[in-house]
Design a protein around this ligand. Structure first.
Ligand SMILES: [Zn+2]
Length: 328
């Protein structure tokens, strides 16, 4: 809502578990001992200059030579463009070890590469952050009746689709219900808040679908969360990546689980180039631009061209409305 409140909800860990932080801290301490102040300043300047800000228009329309930008552009294709319509830009930089690996809300995603080990983890953190944007930006309610869940100090409307997920394991934004157990969550980090739970479910559904499905068999509450991802978020679409390891009994943070990145990339590459864009046929029905005259008619020139276009437009509008209905 305002810049002060921008990231206050997302105490999004996005840093490593504590043991890793200790190691990082030790490494940093060693470096600091050896680096003189002028060098440190130069380093800081270098880090700032490496920051890139990708506005969404560029992401959807430009070809990038920067590898991180290419990865972002490709990874966003896991969801339709409208899911990220509130997102203004994505910033990628190096902010140091004390800053989370990723932060996000409805309009912004910030990636901090300092503690991100490799491309697989970069993609995983990005998927997690995308989930926050979709949760807060795309899934919205309009009811004046508030749910017990709060965002930015205001109750989330009771008809926000995400509330269906939140209420399975939480009684308010940060308090889990008394009748839930560790096995009812996809990861330990998912217990932090309803927002982290949404994001951890989302990433597990995309990158660890088989693991999620198997875990869900042991917990009706986790099964309900899996089903929410399947039906409400992904409209029946499953992501089936082959497992890369024996599944652990418990997971702290899904973004550091190994997954089959090769298959994930192949899956993204198989998506239409403009997966992030509405299909061209749907664009024609949105009324945001003129219908191309004679579209689909091959220039037949008969006088029913206009009425055909009107009929097509009406059909497309109905389809769009039906889709909007489904997503609520
Ligand atoms: Zn998060």
């Amino acid at each position: 809502m305002n810049s002060a409140a921008m990231f206050d909800y997302s105490q999004c860990l996005r840093t490593k578990p504590r043991w890793a932080k200790v190691v990082c801290g030790a490494l940093l301490a060693t470096v600091l001992v050896e680096v003189t102040l002028p060098h440190a300043v130069v380093l800081a300047q270098a880090q700032v200059s490496e920051q890139i800000v990708l506005d969404m228009e560029s992401i959807y329309e430009q070809e990038f030579t920067n590898r991180d930008a290419q990865i972002v552009q490709q990874t966003l294709k896991i969801v339709p463009k409208e899911y990220l319509s509130t997102l203004a830009d994505i910033t990628i930089g190096e902010e140091g070890h004390d800053v989370p690996r990723g932060r996000a809300h409805a309009t912004k995603i910030i990636m901090n590469k300092t503690d991100i080990a490799d491309e697989a983890e970069f993609r995983a953190v990005l998927v997690h952050e995308m989930a926050h944007t979709i949760d807060l930006g795309h899934f919205k309610g309009e009811s004046p009746i508030g749910s017990p869940f709060m965002n930015d100090g205001r109750p989330i409307p009771i008809d926000d689709p995400s509330v269906d997920l939140y209420q399975i394991t939480f009684q308010n934004s940060e308090t889990v219900r008394p009748d839930v157990y560790r096995e009812d969550f996809i990861s330990d980090y998912a217990t932090a808040s309803v927002f982290e739970n949404f994001a951890e479910n989302f990433i597990a559904y995309v990158l660890q679908n088989d693991f999620f499905a198997q875990r869900a068999q042991q917990s009706p509450k986790l099964q309900a969360q899996y089903d929410f991802m399947l039906q409400t978020v992904f409209d029946g679409r499953k992501f089936t990546l082959d497992p890369t390891e024996t599944y652990p009994v418990t997971v702290y943070d899904t973004t550091v689980m190994s997954y089959n990145m090769e298959q994930f990339v192949a899956l993204l590459e198989a998506e239409p180039e403009n997966r992030a864009m509405p299909a061209p046929s749907l664009l024609a029905g949105t009324g945001t631009g003129p219908m191309p005259s004679g579209s689909g008619g091959g220039g037949s020139g008969n006088n029913s061209g206009q009425s055909q276009a009107d009929a097509l437009r009406a059909a497309l509008q109905a389809r769009l409305q039906a889709q909007a209905g489904n997503s609520l």
